[in-house]
Each structure stands twice: as structure tokens, then as C-alpha cells.
Design a protein around this ligand. Structure first.
Ligand code: NAD
Ligand code: TYD
Length: 356
């Protein structure tokens, strides 16, 4: 079996659902259920003996050690993190606690367990650390995309905390021999994405008749990957990635934010036209820019393709259509995640009118 951390969040839950759709290998899912974790996403696994959910913190050494001893997983796939840049600007404490201290404690618990395994299990064991392209910082408009050799230049409290966790993972391999692999992926989108991030926020706000808040000039570029393609990359790296290596994961889909928002509006105009016949694009509103906003991210995913034969399946056009359709088909999921905590966040970030 495998131990997944953060498997009630956006990417982790998609990973667990896809994993169990493809394999019978059981999953222990350790998640603290912060505001971003949602058991409703895992509803289809209720009563499924292949999935055991454990609510808890990756920094709880006794809990993690107990799970490792009881279940003897052959791998740990580490998604758990605080993941929203804007929240890290409002307050970075939780980011340091989970992404840095939590990852350190998880590594130590895993190392202690791993060091006692018989030699063959020790050699086969993997710790797969899921990270982000944001650790590389911001690119000039014409600069080549990030390769695995790009210097770490994190600019936000979020990316600095993820960079720190990447360094810890690297050190636990070099110093202690822990068999790690790290993936650094670009921006994901798809089903079960919490509507504080750009794409789900725009879909949800558009349908609610609310403004679509584009930061600054909206010409910041992100490189978008459909979440299921990220999950397939992680499975491939777990299966065949070389120990101690890092792999960049991306979809070759660089787009400025405002273009993403216009694409979402055009899809909604087609699939769920506004009653007054106007385009959802009339709801686009440019708001104050994010402090320290990185201008451009772009991933060079050639190493993953050349070494492990991985390629994304979705284009942005097919992936964004699936995503918009998913949100149209799942209004209850959206309504349930828009809890009191969500409304408080919207008020803090976008003002009282946006939260009404
Ligand atoms: P998310 O915020 O949707 O989910 C994070 C999950 O981790 C939640 O279920 C939360 O309850 C859980 N969690 C938080 N703190 C915890 C703790 N201390 N102990 C146990 N569980 C805890 O995040 P996501 O978008 O699914 O991202 C997953 C991972 O992928 C993160 O490490 C993130 O840095 C990385 N990543 C995300 C993206 C993206 O575009 N979303 C891109 C590249 C990499
Ligand atoms: P986000 O989804 O927060 O991901 P990240 O900051 O990790 O890349 O944001 C994606 C881009 O969209 C980023 O350039 C910030 C921008 N953005 C907006 O313009 N408006 C918004 O309301 C949000 C949440 C993001």
C-alpha cells in the first residue's frame, strides 16, 4: 500500500480517486482537514476497504510513526501543504508550520521507519515530494522555461516555504540516503479545485453574478496543467523516477490570466448563457495587484518526457471545457465548500461586497 498526505485536498484527492480507479493497491490517506481539505470529494470511496482515511497532522510524529509501523507502505506521496499564495501574504505562520516544520517531521518519521526495513524493502521504498514551479521565481517574457537546473528564487511566503521543503527532501536523500524523488509542477486546474484559486473562483463568481477580480493588468503568465495529467505524471515518477532526481511537470500551456478568464466567460456564454443575454466577460473587473506578484512561470517538461516517456493528455481547450462542465454539474459541492470560513477569506481578500 501507499501513504498519501493531503489526500482530501484538490490534487491529492484527484490522485487518490484516480489511483483507486486504476489499481487495487490500498491507500492510507492522512489529512488534517484544514479549510482546503474536504471529505465530500472522497464520497465515492465511502465503504471502500482499499481506502483508509485518517484525520491528522503530518507534524504529529507519533501518529505518522504508528501509521508507518501498522501499514508498512511501500511509498509516501506527500501532497499536504498550505497552498494559496494570497493567504501566505495575509499570514505565513501556517505555511511555515506545515510546509517546512511539517515536512521536516514527516521526513524524520519516515527516515526512522525506513532505516529499520529489511534491505530489499529499503531499496524499493520511495518518498515522493510534490512541489511547485513557483520555487524557481519569476521569468522575463522571453526567457526560456524553467528546467530542473534553474536556480531557486522563491518570491512569495508560499513559494519560499515550498522551496525550504524541497531543500529538506534533497538533504534527507544526500545525508541520510532516504530514497526520495521530487516533482515541481506548474499551475493545476480541474475538478474539486477550491474556489479561492483563479480558475474555480472565476467560474463560481461568474455564475453568482459577481465581479471577476483580475489582479493588475492581468498579463501575468501561468503554465496550466489539467490535474489528472499531474496525477499521471506523479504515478509515472513513483513507478520509474530515479532516486534523488527532480522532475518538472507542465502542460506547455502558457497563458496570461486575462485570457484564461475570457476563455471561461466564453465557455459559460455557450453552456449557461446569462438571462440578460450579456457576456459574462462584462463582469471582469481589474483590481489591485498582488504584492510581489510573479510575472511569468513556464515549465520545460522535456526531462520527464525523455527519461520517463510522460506527456500530458489534455490540451488547455479540452481540459478547461471539462472543468467548466464539472463545476456546472456539481453545484452542491461548490455550495458546501463556500462555508463561513470561505466567506471570511473572500471578505479579507476582496472586500465586504464580494462576500455578500
Ligand atoms: P490544497 O490546498 O487543495 O490541499 C492541501 C491539503 O493538505 C488539504 O486537504 C489540507 O487539509 C491538507 N493539509 C494541510 N496542512 C496539513 C497538515 N499539517 N497535515 C496534514 N494535512 C494537511 O492543495 P493542492 O492544490 O491540492 O496542492 C497539493 C500539493 O501540490 C501541495 O504541496 C502544493 O504545493 C503542490 N502543488 C500545487 C499546485 C496547484 O496548482 N494547486 C501546483 C504544483 C504543486
Ligand atoms: P492562483 O490560482 O492563486 O495561483 P498562483 O498564484 O499559485 O499562480 O493565481 C493564478 C494567477 O491568477 C496569479 O497570477 C494570480 C491571478 N489571480 C487573479 O488575477 N485574481 C484572483 O482573484 C486570483 C485568486 C488569482
Amino acid at each position: 500500500m501507499i501513504l498519501v498526505t493531503g489526500g482530501a485536498g484538490f490534487i491529492g484527492a484527484n490522485f487518490v480517486l484516480d489511483w483507486l480507479a486504476l489499481h487495487d493497491e490500498p491507500v492510507i490517506n492522512l489529512d488534517k482537514l484544514t479549510y482546503a481539505g474536504n471529505l465530500e470529494t472522497l464520497d465515492s470511496l465511502r465503504g471502500d476497504a482499499r481506502h483508509r482515511f485518517v484525520q491528522g497532522d503530518i507534524g504529529d510524529t507519533a501518529l505518522v510513526a504508528g501509521l508507518l509501523t501498522e501499514h508498512l507502505p511501500r511509498a509516501v506521496v506527500h501532497f499536504a501543504a498550505e497552498s494559496h499564495v494570497d493567504r501566505s501574504i495575509h499570514g505565513a505562520e501556517d505555511f511555515i508550520q506545515t510546509n517546512v516544520v511539517g515536512t521536516f517531521r514527516l521526513l524524520e518519521a519516515v527516515r526512522t521507519h525506513w532505516s529499520r526495513l529489511p534491505d530489499t524493502d529499503k531499496a524499493a521504498f520511495r518518498f515522493l515530494h510534490v512541489s511547485t514551479d513557483e520555487v524557481y521565481g519569476s521569468l522575463a517574457p522571453d526567457a526560456p522555461a524553467f528546467t530542473e537546473k534553474h536556480a531557486y528564487e522563491p518570491n512569495s511566503p508560499y513559494s519560499a516555504s515550498k522551496a525550504a521543503s524541497d531543500h529538506l527532501v534533497r538533504a534527507w536523500h544526500h545525508t541520510h540516503g532516504l530514497p526520495v524523488v521530487t516533482t515541481n509542477c506548474s499551475n493545476n486546474y480541474g475538478p474539486y479545485h477550491f474556489p479561492e484559486k483563479l480558475i474555480p473562483l472565476m467560474i463560481v463568481n461568474a455564475l453568482a453574478g459577481k465581479p471577476l477580480p483580475v489582479y493588475g493588468d492581468g498579463m501575468q503568465v501561468r503554465d496550466w496543467l489539467y490535474v489528472k495529467d499531474h496525477c499521471s505524471a506523479i504515478r509515472r515518477v513513483l513507478e520509474a523516477g530515479a532516486v534523488g532526481e527532480t522532475y518538472n511537470v507542465g502542460g506547455w500551456n502558457e497563458k496570461p490570466n486575462v485570457e484564461i478568464v475570457r476563455t471561461i466567460c466564453a465557455l459559460l456564454d455557450e453552456l449557461r448563457p446569462r438571462a440578460d443575454g450579456a457576456s459574462y466577460a462584462t463582469q471582469i473587473t481589474h483590481v489591485k495587484d498582488r504584492p510581489g506578484h510573479d510575472r511569468r512561470y513556464a515549465i520545460d517538461a522535456r526531462k520527464l518526457e525523455a527519461d520517463l516517456g510522460w506527456k500530458p493528455v489534455e490540451t488547455f481547450e479540452t481540459g478547461i471545457r471539462k472543468t467548466v462542465l464539472w463545476y456546472l454539474d456539481h453545484p452542491e459541492w461548490v455550495a458546501h465548500v463556500q462555508s463561513g470560513e470561505y466567506r471570511q477569506w473572500v471578505k479579507a481578500q476582496y472586500g465586504a461586497a464580494a462576500a455578500a
